[in-house]
Design a binder for this molecule. Structure first.
Ligand code: AMP
Length: 615
């Protein structure tokens, strides 16, 4: 069995790890970095780039560079979060036919799983080139707070990337796995995870190799980017004060500002003050304008204190749900790049009344835990039992649009619940069912997962037919539904509109397109290589003709010149097969020049001459 790699598919950065001799190890990418930006860019001629090259392109080509796609996974366009996202990113976010938030690049639309698949594929390539073998299976992590649609969208992304996602595990559970269990038996751990786009807090108990999540809470739209945006606003405000120019409408300037703000934020995690320097950020009649200003750590802390405080509400909720007091937590693990900010650490320490654990790397621990879970599945390391919980209640819509809970949040998964449904009027031929996930009392305020009809129902007075519907949440946190007509004993065929935002057929189509894209990419690469070889041969042949014209037979020169000419034409036309033929022809005729030249040299004399000189 091949390796099962662990991938932390992050909002800002992704990380891939594998287990080597029982130890989880992070795999560096081709540039030597241990994490890869989760950024995809599209060039004008349709070429796709992923990672740091794509991130760099974001500065010059912001409209075609997609970052933070994780925030759009499994999201309806109408959801406030999607429209808010659309306002802060330079690429266009549009509403798909089914109402999901998609990305528009030029004339093409991409679903968030398609973009995430490009990142996953990159991580797979990183692993394959390091391990020197094909990788087909992965454990992918998601924020504990992801709902069914977001989880299904992540699985769909894996499928598109040609990876079998063996398990989706929650990021905090992965972090706890990497933190280890043998030496931490009987501990109660809080995992505080503040990444680029999401915040999660989970309370776990570790005992006898069982990782049992007691509760989880968080916010899928709270993270480092909110801090960057607050800093961008502040810098924009300062610039407007100095120059009277509003940068908020200028997407390219905003992108530069955002890059600089993030850099400054990182620097302020170790330094107390930093300079912002952005030459030529705008211009008016009086000429170009530059942004030069200094930011102190305390300035940043005042600006974002409220954002960091927003993480504390979910912390309290998770404690309450787990029935645990703050002082009963033995260890706090910090996960996610944003926890490097000193104020985050101090607020967490203050809240829990103790300092967080220092032994884990917040950027790598999640991928390492995922790799450990993969190795447990292949038997390479000892099996561990992960008992996760569902982060959100699952239920159905009942009369008057009320949300009726079937599985409350923080129930250990896998779990199932059954409910009997019936008709409300005589001779009704179907029963409509609307499945939702969320904590609000009215259905319309929760996330709609699926709507379907139980049919056909035999004609009967109202209330007589009985259809038993089973709602399952599997170990990945994904919801499955099945139904049985208790009257006839017949299993019902339920058509659930894919909650990943893509139907199976669409996923298949995208996989086909991705394969076709790979083929075109391969062809493009072959053509480029062929052109290179052809140009090198043209160069040497043209030089040979120029230097040896007088020394070889005229017909040989004429032939080589004709072959050079036709190779030039083929290169201009760009047909690989024709270039290859013309290249071979020129090779043969050019050899004749060499043959004729070496034929002119009397080898025996040359060797003898040398021998004489030597003696
Ligand atoms: P993640 O999603 O875990 O990769 O976290 C990425 C977030 O962490 C981004 O918002 C980064 O700007 C932020 N981050 C990374 N390094 C630092 C640092 N040294 N100080 C503050 N924030 C950081």
């Amino acid at each position: 069995m091949g390796k099962i790699i662990g991938i932390d598919l992050g909002t800002t950065n992704s990380c891939v790890a594998f287990v080597d001799n029982g130890e989880p190890k992070v795999i560096p990418n081709a540039e030597g970095s241990r994490t890869t930006p989760s950024v995809v860019s599209f060039s004008k001629d349709g070429e796709r780039r992923v990672g740091s090259v794509a991130k760099r392109q974001g500065v010059t080509n912001p409209h075609s560079t997609v970052f933070a796609i994780k925030r759009l996974m499994g999201l309806d366009f109408a959801a406030e979060a999607a429209t808010k996202h659309a306002r802060v990113v330079p690429y266009e976010v549009v509403e798909s036919e089914r109402g999901d938030a998609w990305v528009q690049i030029g004339d093409e639309q991409f679903s968030p799983p398609e973009i995430s698949a490009m990142v996953l594929e990159k991580m797979r390539e990183v692993a394959e080139s390091f391990l020197g073998e094909d990788v087909q299976e992965a454990i992918v992590t998601v924020p504990a707070y992801f709902n069914d649609a977001q989880r299904s969208a992540t699985i769909a992304a894996g499928k598109i990337a040609g990876l079998e996602v063996r398990r989706i595990i929650n990021e905090p559970t992965a972090a706890a796995l990497a933190y280890g269990f043998e030496e931490h038996e009987g501990k109660r751990v809080a995992v505080y995870d503040l990444g680029g786009g999401t915040f999660d807090i989970s309370i776990l108990e570790i005992s006898d190799g069982v990782f049992s999540v007691k509760s989880t809470a968080g916010d899928t739209h709270l993270g480092g980017e909110d801090i960057d945006n607050a800093l961008v606003d502040e810098l924009g405000r300062r610039f407007e004060e100095q120059s009277g120019i509003n940068l908020r409408e200028d997407r390219v300037a905003l992108q530069r500002l955002k890059e600089q703000a993030e850099k400054a934020k990182h620097e302020l995690s170790s330094a107390l003050e930093t300079e912002i320097n952005l030459p030529f950020i705008a211009s008016d009649e009086s000429g170009p304008k530059h942004l030069e200003t200094a930011i102190k750590r305390s300035d940043l802390e005042i600006l974002v204190s409220e954002i960091v405080d927003r993480t504390l509400g979910p912390c309290q909720q998770a404690l309450d749900d787990a029935g645990v007091k703050r002082e009963e937590i033995d260890e706090i693990l910090l996960v996610g790049g944003q926890t490097r900010m000193p104020m985050v650490r101090s607020k967490v320490s203050e809240f829990f009344g103790k300092d967080p654990h220092k032994g884990v790397n917040p950027d790598e621990v999640v991928a390492m835990g995922a790799a450990l879970q993969g190795a447990a599945l292949t038997g390479e390391v000892e099996e561990v039992l992960l008992l996760d919980v569902t982060p959100l209640s699952l239920g159905v819509e009942t009369g008057g649009g009320v949300f009726h809970r079937l599985i409350p949040r923080n129930t250990t998964v896998p779990t199932r619940a059954k409910e009997i449904f019936t008709t409300s009027v005589d001779n009704q031929t179907f029963v409509p069912i609307h499945v939702l996930q969320g904590e609000r009392d009215m259905a319309e305020n929760n996330k709609s997962l699926a709507k379907f009809e139980l049919a056909p129902i035999l004609p009967a007075p109202r209330g007589v037919p009985e259809v038993e519907v089973t709602f399952d949440i599997d170990a990945d946190g994904v919801v499955n539904v099945s139904a049985k007509d208790l009257g006839t004993g017949r299993e019902q065929n339920i058509r659930v509109v894919a909650s990943s935002g893509l139907t199976e057929q669409e996923i298949e189509r995208i996989i086909g397109e991705a394969d076709a894209y790979k083929m075109t990419d391969q062809k493009r690469k072959e053509l480029a290589e062929l052109r290179n070889t052809a140009e090198a041969l043209l160069y040497t042949s043209e030089r040979a003709v120029a230097e040896c014209r007088e020394l070889v037979a005229e017909e040989i020169v004429a032939q080589v010149e004709a072959d050079i000419q036709s190779l030039h034409v083929c290169i201009d036309e760009g047909d690989a097969i024709a270039i290859k033929d013309a290249l071979e022809t020129l090779e043969l005729s050019a050899y004749k020049i060499a043959e004729a030249m070496y034929g002119n040299v009397d080898l025996d004399t040359a060797v003898e001459g040398e021998a004489q000189t030597d003696s």
